[in-house]
Write a protein that binds this ligand. Structure first.
Ligand code: NDP
Length: 249
């Protein structure tokens, strides 16, 4: 089995938090040639721009995960850079979680719909648009990966242990939906040697995870990247934590 991570990787929500840490850590790996770092407002992505200025592997692309025009343009740009080669890894990382408007007692239709749109519809449309590139260089020995960044909040079985059921319920519902999508993709694309997994990255100190989180974001990103390098076709459809341990659906 070959290391499935690289040479070409795409990350959404790459301007801050876990997405930025993925780009930062992936750019240090010698076997990674291209990192497509997607964000919705490149002009405001200062840290990412600075990182890319010092590393020619990093290509910053505008991609609001709700915007089809952005998606179309991003696919064209990736195709141009890859010049006939395939994409090896897609990391569906971008997501949202609001402080209010998504509680079961205070449900705001627009806010609920936005969670669905960003956290589920976005990853589905992005994987769909990049599927031909993910299929291109994948084989049994070196499958391509779709990594859906999920959360322990997406576990139906463990909902009782995870506090969000009493606060923002849309977030956990969307991550549970994302997990179901992982299972569907794992069945549909296994013949094309595409492995789809859901990954809980741990509770991390980011804007979403808050400063109370126990883990530095780089630590989370690094352990996810380490685990991804060991993924094989046998992992297709799994929901795992950052160390590769099974999570309950
Ligand atoms: P942050 O809130 O810190 O960052 C979210 C990222 O998603 C930002 O880059 C943001 O971009 C982007 N984003 C949001 N909406 C869109 C959109 N419409 N189009 C494009 N990008 C968008 O979150 P984290 O870094 O903490 O989370 C990363 C992933 O990890 C998420 O999937 C999250 O659910 C998951 N996760 C995080 C945990 C944690 O403890 N932090 C725990 C479990 C899972 P912008 O700056 O433009 O808003």
């Amino acid at each position: 089995m070959k290391n499935p991570v690289g040479p070409a990787i795409l990350v959404t929500g790459a301007n801050r938090g876990l997405g930025f840490a993925f780009v930062q850590e992936l750019s240090k790996l010698s076997f990674v040639d291209h990192i497509f770092a997607c964000c919705r407002t490149p002009s405001k992505a200062n840290a990412l721009t600075e990182l890319a200025e010092n590393n020619s592997k990093i290509h910053i692309l505008k991609l609001d995960v709700e915007n089809d025009d952005d998606l179309k343009e991003a696919v064209q740009k990736v195709e141009k850079v890859l010049n006939g080669k395939g994409l090896n890894v897609l990391i569906n990382n971008a997501a949202m979680l609001t402080e209010s408007g998504a509680e079961y007692k205070n449900a705001d239709r627009k806010i609920l719909q936005q969670h669905m749109s960003v956290n589920i519809v976005g990853p589905i449309c992005i994987a769909s648009a990049f599927l031909h590139l993910l299929q291109k260089d994948s084989d049994k020995e070196k499958p391509s990966l779709i990594v859906n960044i999920s959360s322990d909040c997406g576990s139906v079985k463990d909902a009782i242990h995870v506090g969000s059921a009493w606060g923002n319920i849309a977030y956990g519902i969307t991550k549970a939906g994302l997990n179901q999508y992982t299972r569907y993709m794992s069945m549909n694309e296994s013949n094309n040697h595409i492995v789809t997994i859901s990954m809980h990255p741990g509770w991390l100190r980011t804007d979403m995870g808050t400063s109370s989180a126990p883990l530095a974001v780089e630590e989370g990103a690094n352990s996810v990247i380490e685990t991804l390098q060991k993924i094989t076709i046998n992992d297709n459809g799994r929901f795992m934590d950052r160390h590769g341990k099974d999570m309950n659906f």
